[in-house]
Design a protein around this ligand. Structure first.
Ligand code: CUA
Length: 188
């Protein structure tokens, strides 16, 4: 083999190797882009808070969101939990009692379509999606009453869908909560 033929052969080897690595790097970039798109779409289609699922078809029959379990509870360890259900076009319970100055964990789900709620001008705000439990913990620093409107368009009755939230002074709440029942401020 002449010198120029040998140089040509080694150039071909180098070009082939470069082309092979270009394909490998291209495949790695494509894989990363696909992972970004898939995870982006996955998270965009999920509720904003922790992902906890529930069967929307049996909410009223059994489990955490049966009607007798809705409202606010004070656990033995002092944790306050407010459970509610959103449906076209109301919240159950219609009036929610929470204490002032104590962390309150909201747990909510929907029976039919996507709803949402925000408590007055506080940062208590979530979407409520059938099949998922929306949950967040917040503390109300001032006693008083807030309106809690649905803020996801859910049908013709959407603008009439709202509840009230009464923030009670801590002592008043604790005095009422000791009975162990599910508290609400719905008139009986
Ligand atoms: Cu429920 Cu809008």
């Amino acid at each position: 083999m002449s010198d120029s033929a040998a140089a040509h052969a080694s150039e071909l080897v180098a070009v082939a190797a470069e082309r092979r690595w270009a394909w490998i790097v291209g495949a790695i970039i494509a894989l990363i882009v696909v992972m970004m798109v898939v995870t982006g779409l996955h998270w965009a289609s999920m509720p904003p808070s922790r992902v906890e699922t529930i069967d929307a078809k049996t909410l009223h029959l059994r489990g955490e969101f049966v009607e007798s379990n809705l409202g606010t509870t004070l656990a033995a360890d002092g944790k306050v939990t407010a459970r509610l259900v959103a449906q076209q076009y109301s919240f159950v319970p219609q009036c929610i009692v929470v204490p002032e100055g104590m962390p309150v964990t909201f747990r909510a789900t929907a029976t039919d379509v996507i709803h949402g709620f925000v408590v007055g001008t506080t940062n208590a705000n979530t979407m409520v999606i059938p099949g998922f439990v929306a949950t967040f913990t917040t503390t109300f620093n001032k006693s008083g009453e807030h309106l809690m409107p649905c803020h996801e368009y859910c049908g013709t009755g959407h603008e009439a869908m709202w509840a009230r939230v009464q923030v009670l002074p801590r002592d008043e709440f604790l005095a009422r909560a000791r009975s162990g029942e599910r508290l609400s401020c719905v008139a009986r």
